[in-house]
Design a protein around this ligand. Structure first.
Ligand SMILES: Cc1ncc(COP(=O)(O)O)c(C=O)c1O
Length: 432
């Protein structure tokens, strides 16, 4: 029997009819309240079916960096839709995809130059891991079949991606026995941490293909920050032990931390980078795994089996690539990075008062990411409800309340967002 949502009389018919047939992400369907029906999106606003407008604090999981419905992206997608929404990438090339590949290669530091397009972040991570494994196999090196990843990491929900997430704190504890076992270690901080990491690799590095890290910010693991010196230490350790370094910039890429890519702040060049989320300005599913020329060359051979054995049906989708090209135009024409840094300044100042509230463990901001960490999240449903009542879309998870707004958010909406955050966390603190 399809479960019907307990919606009010103003809920649209499609919600009542369809809710019994959808399965929502990360959601206990037995107890969750029904989702809010959205009529449309506009700039940094979400318009609900009942007419209420919410200031969007999340940018649809950190994707909508230019706000919603940007006219330049819409025009590019509309033009592409008329010409050719999709054509297969096996044996056929399309202009938006090849333009995108050359633009990404030009934006990323040398020698990152080979772009493999896919349709989601998790898949981009799977491809990066596969590239790293096969890089060694193609050179006749066997036994390098594991990865080093970090406590607090999140790299996606597919199986290999799950295996490099934090096994304890991540969302995938249940699958422990079914996942390949990786080396999950603390992110090295300070001299002692770096020395311990180095010693770990010296002891256990023989079966390792690559180290994978979310540079500067571990996102879905709790918006935890580390400094550029940690990335430099990882690059140094990978070089010393002959390992590949994969930077998962799916969350941090495209300005979120104040530079186009987080690795720039450390002047570190990884061997493989994964991109997705804001790649299309949050309009369509697209991802890229970008490898250095050295990795690519290890796949060149007379042996057909040495080729990279991956090829998603919708890879290099021209519509999504047209959206991505339009998004890159906007990064070129408009001051997105300066906007991200201005948002950081506001977030640091506006969220600081929360630090004094009982129950608040930490307040931090980096680029367009603001975080208030709490000591108790047993009332997460209460928090979510209060945020909607306050006119903002904020989705606390783990032990944090966070905002990652569009980089284009104006001063009034940004202030509205942080005022609401402070008000709700203050009320939470009083009632705890
Ligand atoms: C760093 C990182 N890697 C990978 C992923 C997975 O991306 P997707 O949800 O598109 O599969 C995410 C998603 O949150 C992410 O933040």
């Amino acid at each position: 029997m399809a479960r019907r949502p307990q919606t009010g009389p103003s809920a649209p018919g499609w919600l009542a009819e369809g809710y019994g047939h959808v399965w929502l992400p990360y959601t206990q369907m037995a107890s969750v309240p029904p989702p809010l029906p959205v009529a449309e999106t506009r700039g940094t606003r979400i318009v609900l079916a009942d007419g209420r407008e919410l200031i969007d604090g999340i940018a649809s999981w950190w994707t909508a960096c230019h706000g919603y419905n940007h006219p330049h992206i819409r025009a590019a997608v509309a033009a592409q839709l008329d010409r050719m929404p999709h054509v297969m990438f096996g044996g056929l090339a399309n202009e938006p995809a090849l333009r995108l590949a050359s633009r990404l290669a030009a934006m990323l530091p040398d020698p990152l130059s080979r772009v493999f397009l896919s349709e989601s972040g998790s898949v981009a991570v799977e491809i990066a891991l596969k590239m790293a494994l096969q890089y060694w196999l193609n050179q006749g090196v066997s036994g390098r079949h594991r990865f080093v990843s970090f406590q607090g990491a999140y790299h996606g929900d597919t199986f290999a991606a799950m295996s490099v997430c934090d096994p304890e704190e991540g969302m995938h504890r249940l699958f422990a026995g079914a996942l390949p076992e990786q080396h999950v270690v603390p992110l090295p901080h300070e001299e002692a941490g770096v020395a311990a990491f180095d010693a770990y690799l010296a002891r256990h590095g023989e079966d390792v293909a690559a180290v994978i890290v979310e540079p500067l910010v571990q996102g879905a693991g709790g918006m935890r920050f580390h400094g550029p010196e940690t990335l430099r230490a990882l690059r140094g350790a990978c070089d010393r032990h002959g390992l590949l370094l994969i930077a998962d910039e799916i969350m941090t890429g495209f300005g979120r931390t104040g530079t186009m890519f987080a690795c720039e702040q450390a002047e570190v060049v990884p061997d493989i980078v994964t991109l997705s989320k804001a790649l299309t300005g949050g309009t369509m599913a697209l991802a890229a795994t970008v490898a250095s020329e050295r990795i690519f060359e290890a796949f060149l051979s007379d042996d057909p089996d040495a080729a990279l054995m991956h090829g998603p049906t919708f890879m290099a989708n021209p519509l999504a690539c047209a959206a991505a090209n339009a998004s890159l135009d906007l990064f070129e024409r408009e001051p997105r990075l300066a906007q991200a840094r201005a948002i950081e300044g506001h977030l640091k100042a506006a969220l600081e008062p929360a630090r004094a509230l009982p129950g608040v463990v930490d307040v931090r901001a980096r680029g367009a990411i603001g975080v208030v960490q709490l000591d108790d999240m047993s009332r997460i449903a209460w928090l979510k409800k209060r945020f909607v009542a306050a006119g903002v879309w904020v989705r606390p998870f783990g032990d944090i309340v966070y905002v990652t707004p569009a980089l284009t958010i104006d001063a009034a909406d940004l202030a509205g967002l942080t005022d609401a955050l402070i008000d709700v966390v203050t009320a939470w603190s009083r009632e705890r």
